[in-house]
Design a protein around this ligand. Structure first.
Ligand code: AMP
Ligand code: MG
Length: 281
């Protein structure tokens, strides 16, 4: 998935079990693996999906509707156009953005539950599960740990983290990194809970003093500019935390806070705001 994973547990079986499951999910969903189901969907515009791949695409489509389109896995053409796919960043022309927008919208993903078929209604579409796959993989790993009788572990994929049970009777404690990377912006305690942060300080480029980061507003085709620098979300599972933190980053503080209230067990733990002022780094 293009990131790191860590598993902490007193049970020495935990890492093996979790990494095996994460590897299995990665084989289905990774955009870096040309043979993954997602890569095959993106090149053919159609697949008959495994139950897991179908589940996450369906969840993503539903979540797109629930978030008024703020969350949308069909942003992949924008991710590519702005150069985030190959880290070859560029500022596209307005016309290029308008063309890309024609291929965006989860309503253009056609699902059929009976055959688990997934089809794009418009040529040139593609999906990017970067905002939800890590959280899902954490949940899958945690499920496998539980099935093996493991009751205590901290599973982390690229910052999407779940605290299973307690750490010797106390909550798992995780720190939120400051956007300036100099220290910590807070501490959280987790017992059977997931946490996710979305921000603009890990993947971005600066052009003419303006910061352009990797989370896009599917409505405008521009990097989201809601005033949020980083938002950390707690939820009952990591899939919800992951997709929700991305959606709130796009929606902004007010609409995002209202949206979270509709989702049982979820809450914003920390939100850091900053104007998109010229950056002199
Ligand atoms: P995250 O770090 O979980 O917030 O996910 C960000 C990643 O999700 C980006 O690197 C893109 O691959 C993808 N992405 C960007 N914008 C969106 C969006 N509005 N909805 C869903 N996925 C997105
Ligand atoms: Mg996310």
């Amino acid at each position: 998935m293009g990131t790191f994973a860590t598993v902490i547990s007193c049970d020495e079986r935990a890492a093996g079990i979790a990494f095996a499951e994460i590897g299995r999910i990665e084989k289905l969903l990774s955009k870096y693996d040309p043979d993954s189901e997602i890569s095959r969907l993106n090149s053919a515009g159609y697949i008959q999906a495994s139950p897991e791949t179908y589940y996450i695409i369906k969840k993503s489509k539903d979540f797109s509707a629930a978030s008024s389109g703020a969350f949308d896995i069909t942003v992949a053409p924008l991710v590519e156009l702005w150069g985030f796919k190959d880290r070859d960043f560029r500022l596209p022309a307005k016309g290029e953005i308008a063309l890309a927008l024609q291929r965006i919208g989860s309503d253009k993903i056609i699902l059929n539950d009976a055959g688990r078929s997934v089809k794009f209604s418009t040529a040139g579409m593609s999906v990017d599960l970067g905002a939800i796959a890590k959280g899902y993989a954490v949940d899958c790993a945690v499920r496998k740990l539980k099935e093996s009788g493991i009751t205590s572990a901290l599973v982390n994929i690229g910052g999407e983290t779940y605290g299973l049970g307690t750490k010797a009777g106390r909550p798992w404690t995780v720190a939120i990194r400051s956007p300036d990377k100099k220290g910590f912006a807070g501490r959280l305690e987790l017992i059977d809970r997931g946490v996710s942060t979305s921000g603009n300080y890990e993947q971005f480029f600066i052009k003419d003093g303006i910061r352009y980061a990797h989370i896009f507003d599917p409505g405008t085709g521009m990097p989201a500019d809601s005033g949020i620098t980083a938002v950390t979300v707690l939820a009952n599972d990591c899939l919800i935390a992951d997709s929700l933190s991305t959606a709130i980053f796009v929606l902004g503080k007010e609409k995002g806070s209202a949206f979270v209230k509709n989702i049982p067990g979820a809450e914003i733990a920390k939100i850091i705001m900053e104007k998109n002022v010229p950056d002199h780094k």
